[in-house]
Design a protein around this ligand. Sequence first.
Ligand code: ZN
Length: 179
Amino acid sequence: MNKLRCFDEKQIETINRATILAEELISDYFKISFSEWKRYRYDIKTLETLKPEEITHEAFAQIVKYVCNPEMKPRGSLHADYYKICLQDHVILRALSREKELPLFPLAAYIVTHELIHVVRFSKFLQRFLVTPEEQEKEEALVHTLTHKLLHDVKIPQMASVLNIYVRCRNMETFKTAE
Ligand SMILES: [Zn+2]
């Protein structure tokens, strides 16, 4: 297999900035306190550290649900499940090269915000993880609408273009459960 293109150091930094923004927007919107955030069990990882089964070529991300993360000790958490948001660097970079003028930051902000909304909704039991395709389609439309709502007032160069292009994107993520 050819080596897949990973984010470079500067791009990783951009992902980290997008994550900080997304977490802020979501904790405000869902009224999640700082101490509550710490109980949410998720990580956002990029391609370099993913296991082969966490990689997909079909979507910007793959959310893998681990029933129990062996690397994390239980600490009186509300949520026993652990969600790993696996960003697919190569798919994201391919999309950027298609949209010549598009920088990484607004697209990363869209993707990470969107994926975190899924995780918060799963963790709050507002949505089940594995559902029928019809339910999934409904959930996806709702999560796109929420993502749009959270980001459309944020002053980020080219955010408007990203919202336009991706608000109905059908390849945001795939879902998977792991043992
Ligand atoms: Zn989605």
